[in-house]
Design a binder for this molecule. Structure first.
Ligand SMILES: CC(=O)SCCNC(=O)CCNC(=O)[C@H](O)C(C)(C)COP(=O)(O)OP(=O)(O)OC[C@H]1O[C@@H](n2cnc3c(N)ncnc32)[C@H](O)[C@@H]1OP(=O)(O)O
Length: 409
């Protein structure tokens, strides 16, 4: 079988998207499909053709990814990857990944990132799990609501999600530089946060709601959530399903959680994607009853390794030589001297003896500070070639604030 890869043409979009939906075994609502079609960037979608049939799809978004230190680094957000079931396991994905990473490099984006349908797929292409998301289910009849002094001064107003969108997005934008893994979203992405097709709701799930928090006359936070009604013989036991909660101030955050914990006719508060160090864990007295679950979230890949490592800062001074294996992007292979601290870094080719040996996949996992080099070494995936080099580099790569990807794409 020979397939040909081409950049998608405007008149091929419907067929391409239909194939994507079929590979995922689902059909999206018209509203959702329209939104994604609008967000797709011309020139960044690839189609694999077998004669006159599209058999593979892959796209990319142009994000700015916050890296440790707060810089926003151009990153290709890889998305909409699929191969038709008739053509699977014949190398179509591999060919698309090859072409896409070459394109990303040519565009000068030092990083690529994605969220994976299945984590086992992308390591071979140099992507490593780089952030985690925390899920919670809090029994609010057992866990007292957060109570921080000053919360009473925060004014909460319920708004239509669309009406409050600009104000919410402005709050989100203020938080982006403060946490590695967050995204500067191109225009239009704010609407994804309020996409709520009725067909996609579970039984008894109400529409998306938005509560906006004001302090000092300014919008400083918001929470978007839906209430899932549940009536048992003993009475109401609904769930507040939190979509997202953003606050620029701890008191505002506490006021929003207190509001969500206190919604009448509900017994649970759930959230699917919080940072692993979310303040909520310290706002409640009983962390155990938050029923915490962790899952890997963003996968990251340095496309230009030197530029990527030089773009972030390091929480302790580091000066080390890395021996990097990167068979899929061989231009990254070899020895690199990384020197940096909390103010900046350089990462240059060197012939000096290596102190740590690892593949690009491990660097990907350590890049945002979500996983430590020491933990990866514990799994045999990083080798220390000079005693002491591992602990020093591992601490340097770490971050005080846990990296977090606020949403899938
Ligand atoms: C960023 C995103 O969009 S994530 C969404 C990914 N898409 C989906 O999950 C939709 C359903 N699945 C599919 O469309 C396809 O099965 C794909 C895209 C996952 C794989 O496409 P294929 O063309 O079959 O992959 P290809 O033949 O190029 O395989 C390349 C390698 O990946 C491996 N691989 C492919 N799919 C998987 C998988 N699901 N799990 C683990 N390994 C996989 C292959 O075994 C092969 O391994 P090798 O390097 O050892 O030879």
């Amino acid at each position: 079988m020979t397939t040909e890869l081409r950049v998608l043409q405007p008149d091929e979009g419907d067929a391409w998207y239909g194939k994507l939906e079929r590979a995922f075994g689902e059909e999206e609502s018209a509203e959702e499909r329209a939104m994604w079609r609008e967000l797709m960037e011309p020139g960044r979608s690839l189609a694999a053709w077998d004669d006159d049939e599209i058999v593979g799809t892959a796209g990319a978004f142009s994000f700015g990814l916050t890296v440790p230190g707060g810089a926003s680094v151009p990153a290709a957000g890889v998305t909409m990857v699929s191969v038709q079931p008739t053509h699977r396991r014949r190398g179509v994905l591999r060919a698309m990944m090859r072409r896409q990473l070459d394109d990303v490099r040519e565009r000068g984006e030092p990083l690529a990132m994605l969220t994976a349908s299945e984590p086992a797929i992308y390591g071979r292409f140099g992507y490593g799990a780089a952030t985690q998301e925390m899920r919670i289910k809090v029994d609010t009849t057992r866990v007292a609501e957060p109570d921080l002094p000053g919360s009473d001064d925060v004014r909460l107003r319920l708004k239509e999600p669309a009406e409050a969108l600009a104000a919410c997005e402005a709050v989100y934008a203020r938080t982006v530089a403060g946490r590695a893994g967050m995204l500067v979203r191109p225009p239009g992405w704010d609407r994804m946060m309020i996409l709520d097709p009725e067909d996609d709701r579970d039984d008894d799930e109400g529409p998306l709601q938005c509560v906006v928090a004001e302090a000092g006359g300014e919008v400083c936070g918001y929470a978007r959530y839906a209430v899932v009604a549940d009536w048992s013989d003993a009475g109401p036991q609904g769930t507040v399903r939190v979509w997202d909660l953003t606050a620029t101030d701890p008191v505002v955050g506490a006021a929003l959680w207190r509001y969500l914990f206190g919604i009448d006719l509900t017994t649970y508060v759930t959230a699917r994607n919080l940072p692993v160090d979310d303040p909520l864990l310290h706002l409640v007295e009983d962390m155990r009853r938050c029923l915490i679950g962790l899952r890997e979230a963003a996968f990251v890949r340095p496309v230009e390794l030197g530029a990527a490592l030089a773009a972030r800062t390091y929480q302790r001074p580091v000066d080390t030589v890395l021996e990097v294996a990167d068979p899929f992007c061989p231009w990254n292979e070899g020895r690199w001297r990384l020197s940096g601290d909390g103010t900046g870094a350089t990462c240059e080719r060197t012939t000096d003896p290596a102190e740590l040996a690892l593949s690009v996949r491990e660097l990907s996992s350590a890049y945002l500070g979500g996983f430590t080099l020491s933990a990866l070494a514990g799994a045999g995936r990083v080798r220390e070639l000079r005693p002491g080099a591992l602990a020093a580099a591992s601490v340097a790569f770490g971050t005080d604030v846990a990296p977090w990807l606020p949403h899938e794409f």
